[in-house]
Design a protein around this ligand. Structure first.
Ligand code: GTS
Length: 222
């Protein structure tokens, strides 16, 4: 059994939950909650698992710790020998990697920076340095990315290509984070919103919060 070190409502952990559901691997993991709001992820005990002090982290049965949603998704996708989220052909893999990285650095990560710098974030005990101006800039960067992805989706049905991939999951997470920080994705971005409606209809995206509930109950069991 693998362990997901998790924060049950977090947009980044949601990426791993969605990947687990897409790959039908929910039964292969159990969740252990790490409370971001008390700064548990910045303590030595956790930093030994993930140098970057972020969630999620996947702990393999042999004790290896895998951090970074992209790396975790790659790993999970290759467990069954038939990758479904990270591409098979060289072209697919290249496109998915590029678009996933773009979704991170242009869209999801800037919303996270906005949250940590220009809103109360995780609270004064955890947010020891805040730069609101930088946060606002990152919010604007995220909004520019929304326009970019709208344009991309005017030419193809998914973020990277014809089929659903890890890059779609990353943009879904950006929507989840935007919702948390009440950042409106401009309604006129019709292609992006139409894509999002399709994504939300997927059982994996519909169900990520339910897997969150499983987190809570497993926390109480352990
Ligand atoms: N690049 C990392 C990844 O892709 O896994 C980023 C992970 C990340 O930022 N996770 C958030 C975190 O640990 C969790 S959440 O915001 O989605 O709940 N944030 C805590 C912090 O102090 O940055």
């Amino acid at each position: 059994m693998m362990i997901v070190h998790d924060f049950n409502r977090g947009p980044y952990p949601a990426r791993v939950r969605i990947a687990l559901a897409e790959l039908d691997l929910q039964d292969k993991v159990r969740f252990v909650e790490v409370n971001l709001r008390t700064g548990a992820h910045k303590r030595l005990e956790f930093l030994e698992k993930n140098y970057s002090g972020t969630l999620p982290v996947l702990e393999l049965a042999d004790g290896t710790f895998l951090a970074e949603c992209t790396a975790i998704t790659e790993y999970l996708d290759h467990l069954g020998g038939q990758p479904r989220l990270t591409g098979i052909s060289a072209r697919e893999r290249g496109m998915i990697h590029m678009m996933n990285k773009r979704a991170e650095i242009e869209f999801l990560d800037p919303i996270s920076v906005y949250f940590h710098h220009a809103t109360p974030g995780l609270g004064p005990d955890v947010e020891l340095y805040q730069n609101p101006e930088w946060g606002e800039k990152m919010r604007d960067k995220a909004l520019r990315a929304a326009c970019y992805f709208d344009e991309v989706l005017s030419t193809r049905p998914h973020i990277a290509d014809e089929t659903f991939s890890m890059a779609d999951i990353t943009v879904v997470a950006a929507f989840i984070f935007a919702d948390i920080v009440q950042l409106e994705i401009p309604p006129h971005l019709g292609h992006l919103h139409e894509w999002h409606t399709r994504m939300v209809a997927r059982p994996s995206v519909q169900g990520w919060k339910e897997m969150g509930r499983a987190t809570e109950s497993s926390k109480h069991r352990t």
